[in-house]
Write a protein that binds this ligand. Sequence first.
Ligand code: PG9
Length: 631
Amino acid sequence: SLIAASTSAALAQTAPMAPDIPSKFTTPVAAADYVKRVVEIPMRDGVKLHTVIVVPKGAKNAPILLTRTPYNANGRASRSTSPRMLSILPQGDETYVAEGYIRVFQDVRGKYGSEGDYVMTRPLRGPLNNTKTDHATDAWDTIEWLVKNVAESNGKVGMLGSSYEGFTVLMALADPHPALKVAVPMSPMVDGWRGDDWFHNGAFRIPTLPYIASQTTVRGRGEPLATGVYDDYEGILRAGSVASYAQQFGLDKLNFTKKLFEHPAYDSYWQHQALDKVLGARKLKVPTMTVVGQWDQEDIYGAYALYEALEPQDKDNKLNYLVVGPWRHSGVNYEGSSLGALKFTGDTALEFRRDVLTPFLNQYLKDGAPVADTPPVLSYETGTNRWRHLQRWPLACASGCPSPVKPVYLQDGFKLSFDGAAAAGNAYDEYVSDPAKPVPFVPRPVRMNDAEVWKPWLVSDQRFVSDRPDVLTYVSEPLKAPLHLAGAPVVNLFASTSGTDADWVVKVIDVYPDEVPSQPELGGYQLPLSMDIFRGRYRNSLEKPEPATADKPERYRFALPNVNHVIAPGHRLMVQIQSSWFPLYDRNPQRYVPNIFLAQPGDYIKATQRVYHAAGMQSAIELPIVEAGRQ
Ligand code: PG9
């Protein structure tokens, strides 16, 4: 036949042994709907920063959205190899990219394609930085270059990004270029000691160490630690201390590890870097929408602290906005219809990006765009699962909020009650905290690299520890009416230790009814609403630690993370208390040593902890309860 003849003719022209890899080959590409330019932008000190600019084809007078990253600008702008701009950019960009934005990613100084030295979360020029450059100047110089050199731009720039990329947004706000018209820091790192990435209230977060390995061993992406132990609980415990774990992988030789080990307390090194304080003391000129997830497992502290610090400058509600979704860390940029066992009323992250974020960006960046209807605070109220448009945050606090706080007291018999009179019975409950058997933060085996465990861990069912002998569990009667919490619970603990230092982990939990017909696996679920750790040595001063006196009850007072949740009737309120949370946090040796990073094996001792519920020593959690009708 004709086909057979032409096939064999064609075959005959290609010798069987003709090499199959040509010396040169270019794959024909379908016409892309964008143009990608890669440029090296010079900073004021001559250092060039590697920058990827993606322009929609045919764009004119288009606004620019800039993200400054330590995570590889080339990679951030090539999610796939598609001819479509929406497909090559990150999933979270989709809603606004569809509106014709120019998208720019830039490697920060010293990372990936950029020249210069990398300094982890480089401090602003000032007491900790005596050079002429920082992230504020680098953002300034970059924006200056972009508006002058990107011919398709309308001269207006917005910055957005999550986590470290949110931190670089805040840095640009320290001295913003006049073309920077809007800023959206998402899950930003604000204070590495108080409650974001490195420490929480002085307790060290061990995942910092592999992060240091991935970020500071090489200019590109470092190798994961080859631990050789499947269960990180076992591997980290066996090392004996954080210092010896770091030594095992040579991380003690890296400067950022040294800086951490030299600054265990909240000294001037940390205070000067706290961006809520730094930015609160400067004039806020750029409309800023700070975004965070209620269950942000990496940066749960900073967004609220920043909002609070900036709010006094925004009497007219025109500059300082807060958005809280039912999300994990950076969850705003992904699919948001569920988190762990929790299911919401649709893709909450997409709803926010489409209905609130995009109109907000458009208002400030697109020529002639309408004013967006942006509420001062947008918060997803979990439990009832509804977005709430609010005038302020929080709704309940010790003073100056629509509702006051209301203490719930720990009572004898492991009860919780709003009645503050100490019930007859034991003056305290006690447990033995053994550093050789720390309480795990998720069920073992603990795989710190398992993203499926890490991302939703802040909503994980707490039943796996509630009956451990070293966890105190207090629970209320089933609620008769809904209980709406909207703010930060404050722990007010009267407690003693037989050692000379102790950690206190406190959890506020919503206990589901015995059966939940609509989602049976939630029957009896212990849903953490707000939980954190406090290193006892800092009870009187975060800067100057002090040993505890063995067996003497003392007051430990600290705020837990913010929550906006309604506990439904029939559910019960629970509080759990324990003295370790491993291996997310390093163990407190429980014998006071000046620097826990340098603790020796013999310093780790068992201690008997007592939590008091006696007259004059009534341990309580001050709850931000919204009184009916007071929003
Ligand atoms: N949480 C990460 C981080 C932020 C800032 C400093 C260091 C780490 C992040 O996700 O980028």
